[in-house]
Design a protein. Structure first.
Length: 189
């Protein structure tokens, strides 16, 4: 059984933070993840941090700018998942890239997966679960042409087995939409 190495963030504490305090919590999490990586690779430079990413991507390791970019909207809406999954995800890219031969590694290839699993004790996922409130009965996010829909695990598994659902408002088929680490192709810039 895999266990996260960094302490699990407290949902209650995170829920009460304003934007400035949440940004501070992000910086502290980046620092903790960086220190963990330094134990493995002492030369690893400390990344700068920007909260300037928009759209569906949660984060991005930006080697040209020398740091990590994060999406402030997804951070605000998914505080726990963001700190426990997205920060290590991007820091793992940062670490792999700074290893000798790291520039040759595929973005979510063997090296990155090894860091996620062995160093951080996490599953090497490229999508993240949404925080939908404490112990939400509807944790699975879907979208149509007009809005987000949240499904129970039972309904989500029915979709997995071939059932499809339409939006009553716009009549489009609902499509599963976890939030993603990066847009396709945006990883390695
Ligand atoms: Zn709709
Ligand atoms: Zn990634």
């Amino acid at each position: 059984m895999r266990r996260p190495v960094l302490p699990e963030p407290s949902p209650e504490r995170l829920a009460g933070l304003d934007d400035a305090a949440l940004h501070q919590a992000l910086l502290e999490r980046v620092e903790a993840a960086w220190k963990l990586c330094r134990g493995y690779h002492p030369e690893l430079p400390k990344p700068k941090v920007w909260c300037d990413l928009r759209g569906k991507s949660a984060g991005q390791a930006h080697y040209g700018r020398g740091g990590l970019r994060f999406n402030p909207v997804l951070l605000r809406e998914n505080r726990c998942a963001f700190l426990s999954e997205v920060v290590p995800h991007e820091m793992a890219h940062w670490l792999v890239r700074h290893l000798s031969d790291g520039h040759k590694a595929r973005p979510h290839g063997h090296e990155w997966r090894t860091v996620m699993e062995r160093l951080f004790g996490l599953a090497a996922n490229v999508t993240h679960s949404f925080d939908t409130g404490r112990a939400s009965p509807r944790p699975h996010r879907y979208h149509c042409g007009c809005q987000a829909h949240f499904f129970t695990s039972r309904r989500h598994s029915l979709v997995h087995n071939g059932r499809s659902y339409r939006c009553l408002a716009c009549a489009q088929t609902l499509v599963y939409q976890p939030f993603v680490a990066h847009e396709e192709g945006a990883t390695n810039v």
